[in-house]
Structures are given as structure tokens and as C-alpha cells.
Design a protein around this ligand. Structure first.
Ligand code: SF4
Ligand code: SF4
Length: 192
């Protein structure tokens, strides 16, 4: 295994590094071990180092998914971004006739809430929430740059599925297949 050391001390260097990720995550670097350090964005650098050193695609995908979910959860907790409910009715005036807000037609929801850890659902907020807060978008989550554009699109849009299905679809990595699956799943929705 060859070694590659990257030192990033400024935001400009960090931006340049992000542009090189396409190369670093390619097969050309499959026998290269990365050591990434620096004075800016140290948490992100550590995540990139770990992700780049996982050479198994399936394991790397799960690591990225996990880090992205944690990043969103931590950001939302820190900025107090969460939907409020009263008797299962959420605060968005447009959804007040429906139980459980924008989850109302998802076949996965249960009496005790959502059983899935769905990355795209974590990123979704209605206009009402956008007016109140500044939630993250997929573009704010740097670790998602480790995904191909097709996988990033899946990460952004694949709502209403279990985590296992989500990860399977990321493994296949085909946005077209995800769209076909999304159309078929429309027939499985039930009104609650
Ligand atoms: S995102 Fe909006 S519609 Fe969805 S549950 Fe939250 S407040 Fe309700
Ligand atoms: S998978 Fe998404 S839409 Fe379905 S219940 Fe969970 S958060 Fe709601």
C-alpha cells in the first residue's frame, strides 16, 4: 500500500481538496492509504480520511451514509430545528388536516413514529420550516462528495423507504432505477 499525506490549513486548500475527490475516490487510488490533517475543518478531514481509506465500496457507502445522518442530526439539534406536533398534528398550517405532517402518506410510519433512518427524509423540510429555520441541504454535507452524482441524487431524493432499501439502492447507484422504484412505491401508499 502506498501512502499519501495531505495537509490542509486554509479554506481555499479545503475547497481545492474537495475538487480533487473525484480522483482520490477513483480506482487509481485503490492501493493508496491517505493521511489527511490540517488546521481547518478537522472533523470533516477526519471523515474524508476514514472514507478514502475504506476500499470496499459497500462499507464505504455505509460509512458515508452514517456520517451524513449524524451530521444532519447534530446540526438540527444544535440549531433547534425540529417539527413540533400536538396530538399528531404538525405545526405547518398546510398540513393541519393530516396526521404526522409530511409523513402522512408514507406506508412506513407506525404508531410510535418512523422506524427508518432515511437520509433524504432527514433533509426534507416544508416551506413553513424553511421560513422559520435554515435547514441543511445536501450541498452543505461535504462527505456526500464522496458519492458519484447519481448516488448524490439518490441521497437527496429517496424519501419513503427503509434504511436497508436506501442502502441497497445506493449500492446499485442507479438514479433511473430509483425513479422507477419511486413510481411503483406510489401504489403502496395508504392514507392514514
Ligand atoms: S416538515 Fe413541515 S409538514 Fe413536515 S412534519 Fe415538519 S412542519 Fe409538518
Ligand atoms: S420514511 Fe420518511 S416519510 Fe416515511 S415515516 Fe419515515 S420520515 Fe416519514
Amino acid at each position: 500500500m502506498l501512502n499519501k499525506e495531505i495537509i490542509i490549513n486554509t479554506n481555499e486548500e479545503y475547497d481545492k481538496f474537495k475538487k480533487k475527490l473525484l480522483l482520490y475516490r477513483s480506482w487509481l487510488y485503490c492501493f493508496v492509504s491517505f493521511k489527511i490533517s490540517g488546521e481547518v475543518r478537522q472533523k470533516e478531514l477526519k471523515d474524508f480520511e476514514t472514507a478514502l481509506n475504506i476500499k470496499n465500496d459497500r462499507k464505504r457507502t455505509r460509512f458515508i451514509y452514517d456520517r451524513a445522518c449524524k451530521f444532519i442530526d447534530e446540526y438540527n439539534e444544535e440549531h433547534c430545528i425540529c417539527c413540533e406536533y400536538h396530538d399528531s398534528i404538525c405545526e405547518d398550517p398546510k398540513h393541519q388536516k393530516m396526521k404526522n405532517g409530511c409523513c402522512w402518506y408514507c406506508h412506513l410510519q407506525t404508531e410510535t413514529g418512523c422506524p427508518s433512518r432515511n437520509l433524504a427524509c432527514k433533509l426534507f423540510f416544508c416551506d413553513h420550516m424553511w421560513e422559520k429555520h435554515h435547514p441543511l441541504t445536501a450541498k452543505d454535507i461535504d462527505i456526500l462528495l464522496m458519492f458519484s452524482p447519481s448516488r448524490r441524487a439518490i441521497a437527496r431524493e429517496n424519501t419513503f423507504v427503509t434504511e436497508e432499501t436506501f442502502l441497497r439502492q445506493l449500492d446499485i447507484g442507479s438514479y433511473g432505477l430509483m425513479c422507477i422504484y419511486s413510481i411503483t412505491k406510489l401504489f403502496r401508499f395508504r392514507n392514514l
